[in-house]
Ligand binder design. Structure first.
Ligand code: SAM
Length: 208
């Protein structure tokens, strides 16, 4: 596969890490059309902040071919994501399948290999309102992301699957990956050195 030519791409945030991740996906994809799955969709247009990763994924998919599934528990976020795509990347706005659901239930409907999973649904930041709401619904579950991972059909992850975890310190794993990363490192995943900027920390894992 050719290298990604980023010329003329629309604005999106967390650009250094998202570009590096998509470059690795591109290098590993072979002849397949990769599937990108995002947990927590582009709720607000803020290319300097949240990221709007869906813009990056959609642009990549339009240029090089990929399928995208993204999910959000809030109907408003799903509506906003569609509007953001239509406004900022109209030619590829229809590529992502955007679903309004709780990721915890929705991931059980996936039964196909995932090439890149972007984990950005907002939990594991204790004190966040989403986390408190989740704990109310599932008080028996100590870690949202570990349990969410265990909801997936194991066949979704294959050798070379990438998992990008947002808002996580790459050294201490403090943030969304605090429980999930050590759990996965014990189960055949490895950490990839990811380019990034400290203010928007992310961690990338690859399944061996
Ligand atoms: C940080 S934002 C996502 C930002 C987006 N990935 C981007 O790059 O712009 C987190 C989103 O996760 C959603 N969310 C929180 N809990 C969720 C759950 N259980 N299932 C699906 N989405 C969830 C929130 O509604 C919110 O829109």
């Amino acid at each position: 596969m050719t290298q990604i030519d980023w010329t003329g791409h629309p604005p999106f945030g967390r650009q250094v890490s998202l570009k590096h991740t998509l470059e690795l996906l591109q290098a590993h994809r072979g002849e397949r059309t990769p599937l990108i799955v995002e947990l927590g969709t582009a709720e607000t247009y803020s290319p300097d902040g949240l990221g709007n990763a869906l813009i990056a994924f959609s642009w990549y998919a339009g240029k090089y071919g990929a399928r995208i599934k993204t999910v959000d528990i809030r109907e408003g976020a799903v509506r906003n994501a569609r509007e953001i795509l239509k406004q900022y990347i109209p030619e590829y706005a229809d590529i992502p399948e955007i679903t309004n659901a709780d990721a915890f239930e929705w991931v059980t409907t996936l039964h196909e290999p995932i090439d890149l999973l972007y984990v950005d649904a907002g939990f594991e930041l204790v004190g966040e309102f989403n986390y408190r709401a989740f704990v109310k619904r599932h008080p028996e579950i100590p870690s949202f992301y570990v349990e969410l991972h265990n909801q997936f059909d194991p066949g979704c992850f294959h050798s070379g699957s990438l998992m990008l975890i947002d808002d996580t310190n790459p050294d201490t794993y403090d943030g969304k990956g605090i429980f999930l990363i050590p759990y996965l490192l014990d189960r055949g995943w490895r950490k990839i050195d990811l380019r990034g900027v400290p203010v928007f920390p992310m961690v990338l894992l690859e399944k061996a």
